[in-house]
Design a protein around this ligand. Sequence first.
Ligand code: NAP
Length: 356
Amino acid sequence: MRRVRLSSRLNVSSGDAVARKKKSAPVFGTVALVGIGLIGSSLARVMRREGLAERIVGCARTRRTRAKARELGLVDATFASARQAAKGADLIVICSPVSTYAAIGETIGPVLKSGAIVTDVGSVKRAVIDALAPHIPDGAHLVPGHPVAGTEHSGPEAGFAELFEGRWCILTPDDATDSSAVKRVTELWRRAGSRVEIMDASHHDLVLAVTSHLPHLIAYNIVGTAADLESVTESEVFKYSAGGFRDFTRIAASDPVMWRDVFLHNRDAVLEVLGRFNEDLSALQRAIRWGQGDSLEELFARTRAIRRGVIEAGQAEEPGAGGAKPKARARPAKKNRGNAAGKSSTARRSTSRSGR
Ligand code: NAP
């Protein structure tokens, strides 16, 4: 598996150095967002706040979302079709559900200008490359990406500029990808507050199957099981939900279409880790049945240490801390510049950020 530290591959000494050096200059001329939901609108907000694009245009499926994006000041113009949005753009960021990618690739491919960069934010990467790569013409570049950041909310109102702060963004270009295109997409994410890592697409899918996809599947399943146990649901499930169930309900409230697509497009990796999970669950079942307290305690002690490691890596919010406190790249709060796009939304206050 190829897994290269970006700094060595691109000869960049540190992300912070790059961000400082080019703080005032936009990274791109026109950026086209295909999809202006949680992720697309968060990217628009941080691009506005940091001056990362000269012009932002957007495309969404419904008129309502396009109107909302304009009303919030997220974009300078909206288009009903991805083709119109992508025409003449320097960077096209696909921020729609993964199942829409092949059709979007087909429609934008013919209008991509020479030197245009196509990137995306999809939660799976191998299937995304298979869907998009055939449509990228010579002279244009595909740099697939995945910001490992999200919430359970959807739509343009749900986004906020700080979503990517301190989070990883994984890029999965192949060896033939133009390195200057990779470098520019890297700079965009670094200036959006993320730490960037280059990874092989299949390796990404396996890692995320463990860290994100399986936990979501477990949450969907446990909440579904509870809902099916009608004798204890109704009021009791809600009333006593503080006992762990509440956290699962938050994850299981995640967007149904997005997660349907994740499981359908990362099938092999998810099935692989699910097989392993089932084996481990059977071992736990046996330990409970035979009263093997030592085995249970040993596992729980190991998992407690893992939680500490996650907190120390700045990837978790501590209870009562009032929000994520990423260790890396903590920045002072910026003054609101009077643009709705740059404001922290209500969603930010009532939302728990997590890696997705
Ligand atoms: P979202 O809030 O539901 O937004 C999706 C956007 O895509 C909406 O603006 C929607 O328009 C638009 N869209 C849907 N079909 C389209 C099409 N055929 N052409 C153009 N636009 C279309 O979803 P999201 O949470 O931002 O997720 C978007 C992507 O980010 C997904 O690929 C997901 O895997 C990835 N991602 C999500 C998270 C997360 O936590 N949510 C984290 C990391 C990565 P309408 O509103 O008009 O329907």
